[in-house]
Every structure is written in C-alpha cells, then in structure tokens.
Design a protein around this ligand. Structure first.
Ligand code: NAP
Length: 239
C-alpha cells in the first residue's frame, strides 16, 4: 500500500527540548516565526499533531458533553466528510478527548484546514456522533493501539495526501520514529539551553511503543538562520 512522504518538522533548544523556559526568551520569537515560515515553504497539504499539542494550541481543554442517552451504536468504520479540502489538520486523539467546535482549523490567513481525527475503536459512540454532527472526518488506526502504518496508508487512500508534515509533540514523533515512518527531519536549532530535566524532547518513548529502535539520519542540507540559529534537513534514506 502507498503512503505519503513524511517530514517531521520541529524546533528544539540546544539541549534537544521541544518545550520549556527557553521559549519564553525574547530571542525565541524570531525562531518560532521561522518555524512557521518553513512550515509554509514545504507546501504540504496535510499536517499532523498529537492530542496534547492540539489541546494546548487549539481546543484549550474544551470537552464535549458526552453524557447523552439514546446514542445509537455507530459502526467503527472510517468517516470521510471532505475528501477535496485544500488543507488537512490530522489529529491523533485515540480515545476522543478533544472538544472541537468546528470542523476546521484557521491559520493567520483565514484558510481552514479540515480536521481528520485519528481514533482507536475504544472511542465512545457519543464522541463519534459529535464528530459527524460537526462534519469532522475520522479514521480508525486500531482496536486498542494505533498502528501508524495503517493510518498513513488510509490518509493516502481516502484523502489523496501525498506529503504529510508531522509536527509533534515528542510522543507522537516517537511513535512515527518507532514504526520507521519518518522520511525527512526538518529541525530548527535555537541557540538557547535551559538544562531542564523532565521536559519533552524531540522523540519520546511511551508505554504503548514497541522496543525503541535506533534510526539513522543522513544530512541533506544545512542553513544558517539569523541570530545564530540553524535549520538542518536530514533524510532517513541515503541518496
Ligand atoms: N518545539 C516544537 O517544534 C513543537 C512542535 C509541536 C508541539 N510541541 C509541544 O509539544 C508538547 C506536547 O508534546 P507531547 O509529547 O507531550 O504530546 P503529543 O505528542 O502532542 O500528544 C501525545 C498524545 O497523543 C496521543 N498519541 C500519540 N502517539 C500515540 C500512540 N502511538 N498511541 C496512542 N496514542 C498516541 C496520546 O493521546 P491520549 O493521551 O489522549 O491517549 C498521547 O498522549 C506541547 O507542549 C507542544 O507545545 C512543540
């Protein structure tokens, strides 16, 4: 089965952290702006984030009221609400926690990326009914655990997504790394370190992952950014 080309696009501190105090430094603003510019430069039709990242940036902890009676059983089959969208925001939300209020995410320019939820079959019927009501697409990636190889094949087959930008956080990136699904890494290195322990790094390992496997990266390009930053591009297959 075919799958999209997958680019993991991230920003880290010198000590490999994707979040933390370093992002509160004034200098960091320039680098987060560069991050967004490079995101656009890649021109991917779809981008993907984990549930925690989406909650932090888009749904802000809002949840659906799922305590409703008389919800009929909804079959665990994929639901495609829009297969011709200009852009897609793909959300990994295995048990259905995110309280969306519309079926798209708007960027600074007002364009809407249609939301696709990635779920396991453990999700409630009430959550599926909410998604259908809002016109949010969803696909199933497994019964209890997600299989991202299946997920990305479905993204290609159901939505014709050829290039996918994977944008964190660390747990989601770690899942893709573990399944050997990263083709390219676009990494902005911010010249600040905060030395904090217990913060999230570029690739994290969670209990639901198989044994960690080292993945080799090969340098494709490197560019100096302003103010001492670096943009590095690595691929996982040698040219
Ligand atoms: N520096 C950057 O470039 C950058 C980019 C993006 C995000 N971030 C930051 O990263 C932080 C969040 O990172 P994070 O690692 O804590 O969270 P995350 O990767 O955004 O989300 C993790 C959640 O996604 C679901 N998930 C991911 N992989 C899964 C798998 N294989 N099986 C089942 N569920 C899976 C689980 O949801 P459930 O818990 O619901 O089961 C899991 O808890 C945020 O603070 C965000 O701002 C930084």
């Amino acid at each position: 089965m075919e799958r999209p080309y997958i680019i993991c696009h991230m920003l880290t501190s010198l000590d490999g952290k994707i979040i933390g105090e370093y992002l509160k430094e004034e200098r960091a603003i320039y680098f987060t702006d560069e991050y967004e510019k490079i995101h656009k430069h890649y021109g991917c039709r779809a981008w993907m984030c984990g549930r925690i990242t989406m909650e932090e940036h888009f749904t802000f902890g809002h949840q659906f009221d799922l305590k409703q009676d008389n919800i009929p059983t909804i079959p665990r089959t994929d639901y495609v609400a829009n297969k011709d969208a200009k852009g897609y925001a793909v959300v990994v939300d295995p048990s259905g926690k995110l309280g969306w209020t519309k079926n798209y995410i708007t960027d600074d320019y007002g364009l809407g990326d249609h939301i696709i939820e990635i779920l396991t079959e453990q999700v409630s019927d009430a959550y599926l009914a909410h998604l259908q009501k809002l016109g949010i697409s969803y696909i199933f990636g497994g019964k209890e655990q997600l299989d991202f190889t299946v997920v990305v094949e479905k993204l290609k087959c159901l939505f014709s997504i050829d290039k996918l930008m994977l944008e964190g956080g660390g747990v989601l990136n770690g899942s893709f790394l573990n399944e050997g699904l990263i083709d390219e890494l676009s990494l902005i290195l911010v010249p600040i370190a905060d030395g904090a322990s217990n913060t999230t790094t570029l690739f994290e390992t969670s209990y639901f992952l198989k044994k960690p496997q080292p993945v080799n990266f090969f340098l494709k390009d490197i560019e100096k950014l302003g103010d001492g930053g670096i943009w590095m591009k690595y691929v996982t297959k040698r040219d």
